[in-house]
Design a protein around this ligand. Structure first.
Ligand SMILES: *[C@@H]1O[C@H](CO)[C@@H](O)[C@H](O)[C@H]1NC(C)=O
Ligand SMILES: *[C@@H]1O[C@H](CO)[C@@H](O)[C@H](O)[C@H]1NC(C)=O
Ligand SMILES: *[C@@H]1O[C@H](CO)[C@@H](O)[C@H](O)[C@H]1NC(C)=O
Length: 264
């Protein structure tokens, strides 16, 4: 006889309840949404309590300690020779210093838990990105591991939408790429037909050269058609650069940009 006894039922309910509770408490603890992470198993592992492990912990616990940094980019190294660890922390260009440090501190705790013995790892949150490796990662363009996200809403008048989106992304790219070694970020909005406003933001880690930043962003933008074509929003996140556009304003205080004139 198929059916669920009441004790089985309450057991399932109990599990569901516990699961919901875990989700809720997890979201509460995270003011910036956790998006994705990658533990690189091909670049080597370290053993627990090794020098590398200790160096990684020292580096990460100290990463955001310089309170003079107010531009959302942290890069430092710790250790000698083969035990040296390098880390980069990058916050979205509009995120305030305190919020940035909070996001990165949360990322260090989470990423070291998710990747307990990989020498190289990366995590992406809504407002910050953290990565570390025993390799030199400063000033080097990295396009992988990357990921996409898309907004479920479809754009209308797609051809015109794509044209406006393309222009917006190109303008933002040239502004971001010409930023300085503290910030390479640009955000602005543009208007497509049918009352569709497109809000866009692009960013590189500011240790990149203008050309490398430009190339990274152009590559990310070229992926829009495969990840998010016809959608009203999308993101492509790479270690060295990221792009995002939405039909709502997702960033604070926009950097005034030479955005395309509203086409009404
Ligand atoms: C990083 O670690 C890997 C694996 O242990 C090793 O093969 C590589 O040579 C190291 N790289 C550097 C720059 O030390
Ligand atoms: C921690 O960071 C500060 C800069 O914020 C630096 O002066 C200090 O040497 C670092 N300490 C370690 C152990 O790396
Ligand atoms: C961090 O990046 C800046 C450029 O943005 C560079 O001037 C500085 O030397 C870098 N620090 C380290 C430890 O590589």
């Amino acid at each position: 006889m198929a059916g669920v006894s009441s004790s089985q039922f309450s057991f399932v309910c109990c599990l569901l309840f516990l699961f919901l509770f875990m989700i809720i408490s997890e979201t509460r603890a995270q003011p910036s949404y956790f998006l994705n992470h990658f533990c690189d198993n091909d670049k080597g592992n370290f053993t627990a309590n090794s020098t590398y492990h200790a160096n990684l912990n020292t580096l990460l616990s100290n990463l955001t300690s310089n309170v003079e940094i107010d531009y959302g980019f942290y890069n430092s190294s710790y250790g000698q020779n083969s035990e040296k660890v390098n880390a980069i922390g990058l916050c979205r260009g509009d995120v305030k210093p305190g919020e940035c440090r909070h996001c990165l501190n949360m990322s260090t705790a989470l990423l070291t838990r998710l990747c307990p013995n990989q020498k190289e790892a990366i995590s992406y949150h809504d407002k910050c990105m953290l990565r570390y490796s025993n390799r030199t990662i400063f000033g080097v363009v990295e396009t992988w591991p990357s990921f996409y996200m898309w907004n479920a809403n479809n754009a209308t008048d797609v051809e015109q939408f794509n044209q406006v989106l393309g222009n917006l992304m190109r303008n933002l790219t040239s502004i971001a790429a010409s930023g300085d070694s503290r910030r390479k970020y640009a955000a602005a909005n543009a208007y497509a037909s049918n009352f569709q406003t497109i809000y866009g933001a692009v960013q590189c880690t500011p240790d990149l050269s203008d050309q490398d930043c430009n190339d990274c962003l152009v590559g990310a933008i070229s992926e829009i058609s495969s990840c998010c074509g016809g959608k009203r929003g999308g993101r492509v996140a790479r270690p060295s650069c990221n792009i995002r556009y939405e039909n709502y304003r997702f960033y604070g205080e926009p950097v005034t940009a030479d955005a395309p004139a509203p086409s009404l």
